[in-house]
Structures are given as structure tokens and as C-alpha cells.
Design a protein around this ligand. Sequence first.
Ligand SMILES: O=P(O)(O)OC[C@H]1O[C@H](OP(=O)(O)OP(=O)(O)O)[C@H](O)[C@@H]1O
Ligand SMILES: O=c1cc[nH]c(=O)[nH]1
Length: 180
Amino acid sequence: MIEKAKILDANGMRRSLTRIAHEILEKNKGVEDLILVGIRRRGVPLAERLAQLIQDIEGTKVRVGKLDITLYRDDLTALGDQPVVHGTEIPWDIVGKRLVLVDDVLYTGRTVRAAMDAIVDLGRPQYIQLAVLIDRGHRELPIRADFVGKNVPTSRRELIHVKLTEIDGEDEVVIMENPE
Ligand SMILES: O=P(O)(O)OC[C@H]1O[C@H](OP(=O)(O)OP(=O)(O)O)[C@H](O)[C@@H]1O
Ligand SMILES: O=c1cc[nH]c(=O)[nH]1
């Protein structure tokens, strides 16, 4: 895979997340009963950053839960290639709460579907919204995001790589492509 284009640098990412934080507050009319839930690796630091930005704006701390979702590739026949949730850190009663799922990339929508399955098993939130840094299209399920950092039209051969300081040592988003 070679790097084809840079979509966001650190400043662009910060601006996108700041806008999403404002949009979350606007759509939910504040922070009451709000819980952010980061999906697997890169959704978690993104959810933590959004919580900090919301705190900077509103002066109130928002809770951040974590969902760990993995494709069990050795179980393909039994599961199809559906992602499976196997670690959940949402140690609060979510009944009646306003949940915002947070992930780095929205692609087929299968990860988000698995995340929603895991959440409704814990209880019935008032509603679930979805925030993603990048929406690259190619949905295979009827799922859409409420808050999008950037819409990036892609071909299926391409890959969006979101890099975050907490995991990758720098903040940027690039499109990768197979050279052939
Ligand atoms: O809409 P979908 O088709 O489910 O794709 C989106 C998911 O794919 C990515 O994770 P990936 O499986 O690449 O693992 P990663 O977190 O290690 O990047 C990304 O972090 C999303 O969670
Ligand atoms: O391009 C993609 C597709 C799914 N997940 C990613 O992180 N990037």
C-alpha cells in the first residue's frame, strides 16, 4: 500500500472534532444524560478528545465508555464476516441515556451494527447517535452518521488510515492504495 493523499492534518482534525463537539451539544441541547462510547481502538481516544472539547465548551464532564469489537476471522463460517463484540467497558446504567457512538472510519457499517447490538443488550438508551471522523461511503447496511468530520469518496481498493497521537504518535488521515 502506498500513501496517495493526505486528507486531514493535525489542525484539520482538531477543527473537525471541535465542530462535532459543538454539533453534539446543539443536537442534544447540552450534556444531560449524555454518554460517549468509543469503538475499539481509535474510536476511544477520539471519544476522549470529544469529551474534553465538550468540557471546554460547557464546563461539564461527559462520561466515556469503550467498546472492543473484533472480527473473529477463524469463525467465518459460523458468523459470516460480522464483527463480534468481546469487551465492553460501559459501567453505568444506560437505560434512558443519550448515547453517542464514536469511531474513526465509517465504511460498510458492520462495526457500528455490532456496537449497537452490544449496547442494546445492556439496556434501552433513550437514543443512540453516531459520530465518525471519516465517512468513506460503501455502506452495506442502512446506517448513517449523525456527526461527520469529513466525507471522503473512496474506491473499495483504497484504505483510509486514521493516525492518532495516542496510538500512532501523530495526528493525520491519509488515503492508502495498492500500487498495481
Ligand atoms: O464500517 P466498517 O466496514 O465496519 O469499517 C469501519 C471500521 O473499520 C475500522 O477498523 P478495522 O477493522 O480496520 O480495525 P482497526 O481499528 O485496527 O483499524 C475502523 O476503525 C472502523 O471501526
Ligand atoms: O478504509 C478503511 C475501512 C475500514 N476501516 C478503516 O480504518 N479504513
